[in-house]
Design a protein around this ligand. Sequence first.
Ligand SMILES: Cc1ncc(COP(=O)(O)O)c(C=O)c1O
Length: 395
Amino acid sequence: MAKHAPTGCDFVSLAAPGVPGLKPYAPGKPIEELEREHGIAGAVKLASNENPLGPGTLALAAIRAALGSLNRYPDGSGYALKKSLAAHLSARASLACSAAGAITPDHLTLGNGSNEVLELAARTFVTPADEVLFSEHAFAVYPIVTQAVGARPIVTPARSYGHDLEVMRAAVTERTRLCFIANPNNPTGTWVGSDALAGFLTSLPRHVLVLIDEAYYEYVDEPGYPNGVAWVERFPNLIVTRTFSKIHGLAGLRLGYGVSHPEVAGLFNRVRQPFNVNSLALAAAAAALGDEGHVARSRRVNQAGLRQLEDTCDALGLSYIPSVANFLCIALPRPGSDVYAALLRERVITRPIAGYGLPEHLRVTVGTKAENARFAAALTRVLGCRTEPKVNGEW
Ligand SMILES: Cc1ncc(COP(=O)(O)O)c(C=O)c1O
């Protein structure tokens, strides 16, 4: 940070409790920044779990059509998007659980990315006297929003890198107000099944709100993987979040949402900024919802890419955490930060995850076939393997 003139104020001592101890979220750097810093060009970014195919054509057309109205404020209630989203979610939730009631716009909260809904949950319900529960290796935003409201984070040990719901249940106290469960989790790609999660929710006292973070929901293709939205009627203390940043390829527009009991959504509505979601995002998301072709293509490319990355690891004798999302967490023979730096010199951007308690792993986002092949070739050189292994008879 640049040096500034002294102010005579100790702002750190003036900050709200919890804030001085916060470590800012370290996002994957934009390609342009890394290219500038390292004097490289033509880098491949496999660092932020984005959709390598980009947005679908329907979303792009909707964005272009909305450009002429940028002089106007967006619809602060998100009326049209919430209506389509409610119908979309109800149709899918009833497939998974016929007993579920319909999702209505009143169940929905739109956010500036699903991150904003995570933050709203903390700001709305959690005070400095409360505890917030989440697992070791869980998504980095949970500790940030917890500490930002001055609450006490309770971090339970993971089992096989995933959430251990029994240990989490045992950690619930009178003070627990909110519990975050990432399903699947970033950065590990692990997931919890229907029976275990339903058992956990059933066992909880009602003063505990549970936020199931389903940012990667649309990528998962596993029997027994629960659709949290189908449970919102059954568990009034449940909040489910999803996003348009991942499979819909709209991370740059920032649009996510929460599904919860309407009373919870009503409280979020009091706390949120009046125009927290911009008009391009509203238009693009409504169009993306109807672009089933793009979603199906993105899922297919991801599944093939995940296999490609797994084959790369197998060929190099590296183990990895089995993932159901759009990234893979690879175990390395040396510090992840060293391999990250060496891959950067090869113009491949990945994500070291020491900050998640995994210093000898590297998270790699699934890219296109060509991008995955670039990663594989670069990793082979970096790890000093003499011959580049062939994967699927290619590269
Ligand atoms: C588990 C998880 N939850 C939430 C998010 C937030 O996504 P967004 O704010 O873009 O919707 C991410 C982003 O990487 C994530 O990995």
